[in-house]
Design a binder for this molecule. Structure first.
Ligand code: PLP
Length: 429
């Protein structure tokens, strides 16, 4: 460890962390063997875009889906080629109409909101809870209008949104719930897996998530009818509806959101490792928490009672008033010490150009400029003070799924924080 008296790296002193952290890699010999077997079988996909048995894909697709349904304790699991595709399919399957409003968190990855726009529905941003950064149920309720049809809950950073509170609101107002659980596979909410308490939920299998297949996603639902609609949207609905005997054509626009056999074979092996992989993130987070707990003006991640946190992000809050240093300075100092995977910005999706300029489809402001949009929806700065405050002043996040986070690396990170905190006065100048 560096002695606290050593000059900060930002000011020309020695770096605390001199070798780059090792990259997180959840793949092993099992995935190699599984992928090889699929290649040797010659069947990389077995989907057919017409009605028949192969409408649901080949053997690995179905095996992976059954394994996911068993694992997460849901009736149906449906694979898709990305979780972005999964979110689009979910909004479509719920029968959302152009101009319908869906309430969504601003503190997320853009796909949570753009999946809504995809169907010409209108995202309405509610604010987040300061503890978990997930949708604040009180703010959600305040955003409801006669046009609201659904809530897009996001289990951000690895912690579930307050699904019981959101469900109570949804029931009072006749709304559906979608759960974007991309960052929280395996997290528990009152004994059940995050993602499974919504009407439709699911997980990303992109390469920077806890488990992955390169690209991919899994939808989960306990509603057989919704599951069939998801399967239709996934696989060229319009080409098969006649033979399948589908009578409700709402949002039955054909897409190709199908995931391949190799990815599903890898996914089967990854799913078996989800628990131990999540445990490695939780172990690293617990070590960080023990090491950073004494630092003043730094709030560490919060886990609510009856929940578990799977730490896709280790999210910290800076008490800037107490520290007397702008977060950009603290960030620069930590980065100079060699701390990787650290971020000061996440997102306030409503502040992205697509919402600020209200221009999605074409040049003329569609869908907001059209009469399908029934009222003026505001995306002005100020509508989500908690989320905006995080970005502007207080948020400091560490992405735990980027690096192996072995104990020695975690200890170096802790040392870097202590070194910077020991010399905050030099950053105040
Ligand atoms: C990663 C992520 C997505 C998108 O998942 P992809 O599989 O990359 O399309 C959506 N929402 C959240 C919160 C995410 O973290």
């Amino acid at each position: 460890m560096n002695s606290p008296r050593e000059k900060l790296a930002l000011h020309g002193g020695p770096k605390t962390i001199r070798t780059p952290f090792k990259r997180y890699n959840p793949l092993g010999a099992e995935e190699v063997a599984a992928a090889k077997a699929v290649v040797e079988s010659g069947v990389l996909s077995q989907f057919l875009g017409r009605w028949g048995e192969d409408f649901y894909g080949g053997p690995k697709v179905r095996e992976f889906e059954q394994a996911c349904a068993r694992y997460f304790g849901v009736k149906r699991a449906i694979t898709v080629n990305s979780w972005t595709s999964g979110l689009i399919a979910a909004v479509g399957a719920l029968g959302i109409e152009p101009g319908d409003e869906i309430i969504v968190s601003p503190w997320t990855m853009c796909a949570s909101a753009t999946a809504i726009l995809h169907w010409n529905a209108i995202p309405v941003f509610a604010d987040i809870e300061p503890e978990t950064f997930c949708l604040d149920p009180r703010s959600v309720e305040a955003c409801i209008t006669p046009h609201t049809k659904a809530i897009m809950a996001v289990d951000i950073c690895g912690h579930s949104a307050d699904l019981d509170a959101l469900r109570a609101i949804a029931d009072r107002h006749g709304l559906k719930i979608i759960s974007d659980t991309a960052q929280a596979p395996g997290a528990l909410y009152k004994g059940r897996y995050a993602g499974t308490l919504a009407d439709i939920g699911g997980y990303s299998l992109n390469y920077h998530k806890h488990i992955h297949t390169g690209e991919g996603g899994i939808l989960v639902t306990n509603d057989e009818e919704l599951a069939e609609r998801l399967c239709l949207i996934r696989n060229h609905a319009e080409a098969v509806v006649a033979d399948k005997g589908v009578t409700d054509l709402t949002n039955m626009i054909g897409h190709n959101f199908r995931l391949g056999e190799i990815e599903c074979a890898i996914g089967i092996e990854q799913l078996k490792k989800l628990k131990p992989l999540v445990a490695t993130r939780q172990h690293a987070a617990a070590r960080l928490t023990a090491g950073l707990a004494t630092l003043p003006g730094l709030r560490l991640p919060v886990t609510k009672p009856d929940c578990t946190h799977v730490y896709y992000m280790y999210q910290m809050i800076l008490d800037i008033a107490r520290l007397g240093v702008p977060k950009a300075q603290i960030f620069a100092a930590l980065k100079a010490e060699g701390v990787e995977g650290l971020g000061i910005t996440f997102a306030n999706i409503h502040l992205l150009p697509v919402f600020q300029k209200k221009q999605a489809y074409g040049r003329h402001g569609f869908p907001w400029s059209s009469d399908i949009c029934k009222r003026e929806v505001s995306y002005q700065k100020g509508i989500c003070p908690v989320a905006e405050g995080l970005q502007d002043e207080t948020y400091l996040g560490f992405q735990t799924c980027l690096h192996t986070m072995h104990d020695d690396e975690v200890d170096l990170m802790i040392a870097a924080f202590h070194k910077v905190w020991g010399q905050l006065d030099t950053l105040r100048a």
